[in-house]
Write a protein that binds this ligand. Sequence first.
Ligand code: MIC
Ligand code: SF4
Length: 642
Amino acid sequence: MGQTLTEKIIGEHLVSGKMVPGEDIAIKIDQTLTQDATGTMAYLQFEALGLKKVKTELSVSYVDHNMLQSGFENADDHRYLQSVASKYGIYFSRPGNGICHQVHLERFGAPGKTLLGSDSHTPTSGGIGSLAIGAGGLDVAVAMGGGAFYLKMPEVVNIYLTGKLQSFVTAKDIILEVLRKLTVKGGVGRVIEYGGPGVKSLSVPQRATITNMGAELGATCSIFPSDENTKQFLQLQKRVKVYRKLEADPDAKYARVVEINLDKLEPLIAQPHSPDNVIEVKKLKNVKVCQVCVGSCTNSSLSDLMVTASLLKGKKVHADVSMTVTPGSKQVFEEISRSGALTDIISSGARIIEAACGPCIGMGQAPSSAGVSIRSFNRNFPGRSGTKDANVYLASPETCVAAALTGEITDPKKLGKYPKLVLPKSIKIDDSGIIPPSKTPAKVEVLRGPNIAPLPINKEMADAVEGEVLLKVGDNITTDRIMPAGAKILPLRSNIPKISEFVYFQVDPNFASRAKESGGGFIVGGDNYGQGSSREHAALAPMYLGIKMVLVKSFARIHLANLINFGILPVTFSNPSDYDDISQGDKFEIPELKKSVSDSDSIEIINKTNGHKYSVKISLTRRQREIIKAGGLLNFTRAGGK
Ligand code: MIC
Ligand code: SF4
């Protein structure tokens, strides 16, 4: 029987398990990437493994998130990252060199390779035919040490593209359409594989916009075939030697096929506050806009910025709008500068930001109170922009420019003729922003500033546990809710005691102090708990506060793995209506905790407040049970566990 592209790549990397959807498998990881907000922890964890050098084919440490240096913290962390990279055989992409996913696509991504990254948008490299998966920093640390990556064999869903995009309809609209159809939990446990005759009209950067935002579906990853367009992209990047043609067999079997006819697609927009809250742009009338941002790892390629520049050329940004433009990489920045496109952007009145994540993660550019911001980004979760009551919309760069020029949400088709884009035939390759590891690693001293607090280590699981339901939340809780980011909190990423004070801060500013006072407890939630980022701080900081168990209707993939990695027991309701029976503040007792984790698929919780009992599900593999009992993956690995 024919194979999907996903099965082919997983098959080439399979270390253990059977390629049957839902079965536990382990795969070899060829490449890893980290960024600075997750990287400090990942390298502290790598150091704790006690190895001399990374064992991957390639590992890269990017600096792109924590770019505001309003205190010593970020500068200290960057110095640590650079020195640790140099010592352990890791390439270091300096601040200013660009957003990890854009730079990785340009300079390192390769068809058929596996890539594990401590950032949820790592699947961006699926645009070049790489099986690229986001994970918590600890999983990436283990992969750098040569360990396999454990996951459930995903189902493979095929998005079958037909037709061709019309003017002003873009790759962003394709992924928004997929989000509209499948929702933010539609990708959980799945790989989204693109195919069909429509694929050949999409360039690698366009494909990468689509695979990038597949993260918002909750998918394990998304992937495109590797074809002539891939070859052309690699030629432009002077890396054609890594090219490999790769596609699914014609008789490959998919769990589901979803057809999208590109001819019929219209410009789309995700409304506040979820990336799947999608409608056609033309349906929104009289929505005044105060801010427009083009950039982020979703839409900051050379063609994205060239089209932004062409549409702005000779025009002015509306007086009531603040527009920012962020190139995805130094390479993109240099090219728009060389071609003169940068001048068109500047003279329109837009503000240029350095090549980094910037406003996407609330590093500056928080919108005004209750302001409407349209962004070419991938997430519009409440509060993420830095302004609690802002209304953030997500759309293509084209739709962003239409709003910037008119001052309100506007169908970009109204801008007239689509500009003819002339992309350079060749580009200057300058990798001076990527520093190779030292040739004399023994001489390199790892530099640690006072911001880097020692890694908290969890205790082994207790036989029984008692405590309070410290918080009850609803469906689709994001990791931005659990562990907020932004300019004020991100610099504390390498200091768990400090950052833990902000757990659930926007939901309940007293959560952390309550948790500490009561010596820990439990969290109860709904469906798709922990969607969004890969930040393991959303598990590590609750662990530090003493959270023992999270009881929900269902979990998002990366957060589930992070909870396990830090020894917090994830369980799901056997009877979802028990959710309604529980109130915040209820006292729970779990007498058979360790015993049930050892040998049962369920566990009994006694609600001492109302006298009811709940049987809840433990869906863990043998290995995961051992990890939880050991108090987390680090303890497990150090004790010789594999
Ligand atoms: C994000 O987009 O939320 C981030 C910031 O890139 C995160 C990683 C982090 O929290 O450091 C992600 O997507 O994984
Ligand atoms: Fe950076 Fe935003 Fe991309 Fe996360 S989603 S990596 S914050 S640009």
